[in-house]
Design a protein. Structure first.
Length: 144
């Protein structure tokens, strides 16, 4: 399927179908690379572009909650920056985001609240601002 077909498939829920055109414009504005590649087969996109497409397809359903699991995994730094710019925009537009991410800098830059897990256990919790100044977090995850 093409990029456009994938995005349109995301608007399958009944409440999203009516707003399909507006949602498509929103997603293509957020991720201009997808606009450039609308007719390209999705499987030929780079890893970062595929992540953008997956997030865009999810947004087409007009969710109140968007769950993202390691969206930056394996991506080049420039692609990570572009992807997180889109995630910041989604967050600013009042969509709740549940983000699982090992890139602590990017995650805490977006987060309102964060939980640090080690071996399946929660070892720290707090606001992003609190965790950014936590000595243990700085030493273990931020290299400070």
């Amino acid at each position: 399927m093409t990029v456009l077909e994938n995005l349109e498939l995301g608007a399958f829920p009944k409440r999203a179908r009516q707003l399909r055109r507006q949602s498509l414009a929103y997603v293509l504005d957020m991720f201009p690379r997808l606009r450039e590649r609308q007719q390209q087969v999705a499987g030929t996109l780079s890893g970062g572009e595929q992540q953008m497409l997956a997030i865009g397809r999810g947004l087409m359903a007009r969710p109140r909650l968007l769950m993202l699991d390691e969206p930056s995994l394996g991506l080049a730094p420039l692609m990570v920056a572009e992807l997180f710019a889109g995630i910041r925009r989604i967050h600013a537009e009042q969509v709740t985001i549940l983000l699982v991410e090992q890139n602590v800098h990017q995650a805490l830059d977006i987060a309102d609240r964060a939980y640090v897990l080690e071996n399946g256990r929660t070892v720290r919790t707090g606001t992003a601002a609190e965790l950014l100044v936590d000595d243990a977090i700085q030493a273990a995850y931020l290299g400070l």
